[in-house]
Design a protein around this ligand. Structure first.
Ligand SMILES: Nc1nc2c(ncn2[C@@H]2O[C@H](COP(=O)(O)OP(=O)(O)OP(=O)(O)O)[C@@H](O)[C@H]2O)c(=O)[nH]1
Ligand SMILES: [Mg+2]
Length: 290
């Protein structure tokens, strides 16, 4: 087969495993992934360069009915990614009954070649998978269907092969040693946000954003100042915890992840800032990089 290259949007409902899939195909933890819905808020670009071609994956926020400005902008990201894509992977959690109505809307308006990919085959039984496939293929004319487990690395080579078949013949679009195109500080803020998702309950993860206010590289260590922005005054105390205990735990865990990513030592300082209803205000949401 001739060399192929192009953009592949990964779309689907929250928690389907889109970010896990991106990391699995790249064999690198690029995108944060947690058990909580709506972990991803940005388009995350990840480049897979293989002998047969180059697939530039666009991980996207899970498709939801937006309730406030931040979520609206997250959904614009899904639209943009499907529009920019040469092919679309529609990832479905195969262990559950499909609730894909909103995702099919995106597929129908994008009019791109698309794969139906049933994920989590490791925890799905045959009847569930057959049922999910039947429901989905009645709704959209997918180019083909496959079953994988992103979490357990099952059937990913078969998936990659099918993806390359949908891409146009083209020389590579990025240097073959490049994995992504976001700056390090973006990934650092994401790793802090991931720990917020893992450490705090209920509304807290959805009420926070993280910005990097200072990033200085010394010969041996990175000095990083990060601000955790909360939506309401009362959330500040929850983030900090009794005597600062929670913030300390968050800092320690995030620092380890950051050091893992950069391969360097990090000195991470966290600050908590209140911006009343930031999620609902266009200027704030845009200002925080969404
Ligand atoms: N058992 C099992 N769990 C999986 C698999 N793939 C992903 N998961 C889990 O599903 C959860 C959600 O994964 P994510 O990758 O964050 O899902 P997402 O689609 O990116 O979610 P949003 O960013 O919220 O839209 C995590 O707890 C993953 O570990 C799989 O193949 N099998
Ligand atoms: Mg995600």
């Amino acid at each position: 087969m001739s060399y192929r290259a192009g953009f592949v949007a990964i779309i689907g409902r929250p928690n389907a495993g889109k970010s896990t899939l991106l990391n699995a195909v790249l064999e690198f933890k690029l995108a944060i992934a947690t058990h909580k819905a709506q972990t991803t808020r940005h388009q995350i670009l990840g480049i897979l360069s293989e002998e047969q071609g180059q697939a530039i994956f666009l991980d996207t926020p899970g498709v939801i009915d937006p309730k406030y400005k931040l979520q609206e902008i997250m959904m614009q990201t899904v639209t943009r990614s499907t529009r920019d894509a040469d092919a679309i992977v529609h990832l479905v959690d195969g262990s559950r009954n499909p609730e894909e109505d909103m995702v099919w809307e995106y597929l129908r308006s994008a009019k791109k070649p698309a794969l139906l990919v049933l994920n989590k085959m490791d925890i799905s039984d045959e009847t569930q998978l057959e049922n999910a496939e039947k429901i989905c293929i009645e709704q959209y004319p997918y180019n083909s269907v496959c079953r994988i487990s992103a979490g357990k690395n099952l059937e990913l080579d078969a998936l990659k092969k099918q993806i390359f078949e949908l891409l146009p013949e083209s020389p590579p679009l990025y240097p073959d040693d490049q994995l992504s195109e976001h700056p390090v500080r973006f990934f650092v803020s994401e790793l802090i946000r991931e720990q917020i998702f893992l450490l705090y309950d209920q509304e807290i993860p959805y009420s926070c954003t993280v910005t990097i206010s200072d990033f200085k590289e010394d010969a041996t260590i990175d000095h990083i100042h990060a601000e955790i922005v909360v939506n309401r005054d009362s959330q500040k105390g929850i983030i900090i915890g009794k005597g600062g205990s929670m913030l300390k735990k968050l800092g320690t865990r995030a620092r380890k992840e950051i050091e893992e990513l950069t391969g360097r030592k990090a000195n991470l300082q966290l600050f908590v800032k209140v911006r009343e209803k930031w999620r609902e205000k266009d200027s704030y949401v845009r200002g925080y990089g969404y």
